[in-house]
Design a protein around this ligand. Sequence first.
Ligand code: AMP
Length: 352
Amino acid sequence: MIPPGSTIGILGGGQLGRMLALAAANMGYRVHILAPEDELPAGDVAAEVTRADYTDRAALRSFAASVDVATFEFENIEVEAVRYLSELVEVQPPARALEIAQDRLAEKRFVSGLGGRVAPFHAVDSLDDLHAAVAAIGGPVVLKTRRMGYDGKGQARIMQPADCAAAWEAIGRQPAIAEAFVSFEVEFSLILARAASGETVIYDTPRNRHDDGVLAESLIPAGPLIETQRAEATVLAKSVADELDYVGVLTLEFFACADGPVFNEMAPRVHNSGHWTIEGTRASQFENHIRAVCGLPLGSTALTAPRVRMRNLLGDAVHDWQALLADNQAHLHLYGKSEIKPGRKMGHVTWL
Ligand code: AMP
């Protein structure tokens, strides 16, 4: 057990790190952030900050010496850096979870190997591969880069074989995965926290609405279709977590289809679709991640209200902050980012 008063290292300095650091501080921990960017939403609320590349071994060595345990909040950290850090200090979740989640092909193979339902998919390393994949799938296809894609970036839609060349160019001719286009009713996520003992708690499954590939809103209750698919999604998420000997918060995203939940992707970390848990549950995803990583008993995921709604403040929507402060039902969170860009996650608001 890492007791309160200890220091938790976090690789990554965005809003997820910020909310993890706030939860850690509430429980009496100090946080040390390591990240390369100049502006660090997490650094503003942490006891210590190291500005360094994740691959800077000297920086990782002194970071490791200054923390009692470490975790990460960003998915595209070089796995070698996390493995190196793991030799110096305990790091949770395990590096293998990060390695699988970073590669859409490895992720789909891993999850379908555990019995998860996934859209038919094919590895694509060339335009020829893509033509073959589109012919095999035989309908609309989504082409995604294997690595570094997020919020709908690094993706192209293929409606007919003639679109292949343009799609291959659009994603920058990189190793990719071609997936059948899933016709789904709604999207949802399954968020769990797992302790080293194997004890697992599951949050209510929010219905998620995306705009242009970016999460716009999460809603509880999620509605009857998702609620009937929750049990199957939970079995899969638990087997993913058990297989990885996972410690911390893990998120799986699903499409709710007529014949059951179709796994889309996983994140080995706290997730935007779980921000509503800060006010909407007894112990938020951030608190439970800190509890799990520090070996404390997990907290209750029970709802604090029958209905919860989280809306992201993307880009210019952050200008609504004054009106939101005037709304007594709204819990406003701003991330302290100075530059407003279209679609950038500037903050969020939760209504109970
Ligand atoms: P991703 O980056 O994989 O989470 O994709 C971003 C969003 O694009 C998803 O939340 C879906 O709304 C949509 N999307 C991704 N893959 C597919 C697919 N195979 N079929 C239909 N829609 C998809």
